[in-house]
Write a protein that binds this ligand. Structure first.
Ligand code: UD2
Ligand code: MN
Length: 293
């Protein structure tokens, strides 16, 4: 930290309000072009405001596989917003190798662990690759440090506009974009590692959060709304029966299943021009295994 600088004043942030969102069918910009439009972002996808000391040290964690066009759209949209918000931040993309079902939750845990090795981030934003913020008045950060003690994790993507309809918001929804301080995430023991394929890992996180005495703060949907890039659905999860059983026993497992039991094989960790890439093998059921079940 450069302690000689004054803290950034939120009032001085040059926000734009409502943002234009390029149609997702359009070809996304290349990483090179994204880099050239964000010259103050340094390798690894890191930024800190040059003229003031940020009040927030944020790691943005994006789980990813085979959605590179979405990733480019997201990065080109998000970097300028985070800079305008005067955040000190790094973007981590956690990439799962092929060979087993996708495990969004486990990739979030890996992102948390790997980011924590790099820096003392105080705030973690767990972010789907396909959600674009519609206004930069939606703060991508945790409450101020002094308020951490009594703050709750936050669900940011309450309003998601997808093919012109707003997603039904039911009480347990916690997917999309969610925000935890380091203490909060450690306290809930992160996400469960056991959800392979689409669904329920976010509901599980919601239960874990309540179990540890937090509530889930919802953002003001006027300020924070998102557009989801249209994509085909992967809801045909071969493990779907399993996930209801898992959810039922979520709370019994909480202390043994999560950050405390996280095992993975790090394939590579590299600093790209506009993000830090973490590629991992998290294991998991192979197509052959599922066929035999
Ligand atoms: C909803 C939730 C999501 C998650 C999911 C259930 C919202 C807005 N989103 O998303 O957070 O809880 O249900 O698991 O509430 N991904 C890849 N490659 C894949 C599959 C997934 O990169 O092959 C990543 C990517 O970041 C994606 C996220 O996982 O955005 C969630 O998957 P989805 O977008 O297919 O699921 P969706 O939209 O139903
Ligand atoms: Mn999606």
């Amino acid at each position: 930290d450069d302690v000689t600088l004054d803290f950034c004043e939120p009032g001085k942030a040059k926000l734009k309000g409502q943002l234009e969102i390029a149609p997702s069918a359009a070809a996304p910009p290349s990483y090179d072009v994204i880099g050239k439009s964000n010259l103050e972002v340094t390798p690894g996808g890191k930024y800190r405001p040059p003229n003031c000391r940020s009040r927030h040290k944020v790691a943005v964690i994006i789980p990813h596989r085979d959605r590179e066009a979405h990733l480019k759209h997201l990065l080109s949209h998000l970097h300028p917003i985070l800079q305008r918000q005067q955040l000190e931040y790094t973007v981590y993309v956690v990439h799962q190798i092929h060979g087993s079902l996708f495990n969004r939750a486990m990739l979030m845990n890996v992102g948390f662990a790997q980011a924590s090795l790099d820096n003392n981030y105080d705030c973690f934003i767990f972010h789907d690759v396909d959600l674009l913020l519609e206004s930069d008045r939606c703060g991508y950060h945790c409450p101020k440090l002094s308020e951490h003690g009594r703050s709750n994790p936050k669900h940011l993507s309450v309003a998601v506009d997808k093919f012109d309809d707003v997603m039904p918001t039911y009480r347990y929804v916690f997917g999309g974009v969610s925000i935890f301080t380091r203490e909060q995430f450690l306290s809930v023991n992160g996400f469960s590692n056991l959800y392979w394929g689409w669904g329920a890992e976010d509901d599980d996180l919601f239960l874990r959060t309540w179990r540890k005495g937090y509530k889930v703060d919802r953002t003001d949907t006027e300020k924070c709304s998102f557009r989801m890039i249209s994509h085909s659905h992967d809801r045909d999860n071969p493990m779907s029966a399993m996930r209801y059983l898992l959810l039922k026993q979520s709370l019994q497992r909480q202390n043994e299943d999560g950050l405390s039991s996280l095992r993975y094989r790090l394939i590579s960790k590299t600093r790209g021009r506009v993000f830090t890439n973490v590629t991992v093998d998290v294991g998991g059921p192979t197509p052959k295994f599922i066929e035999l079940m």
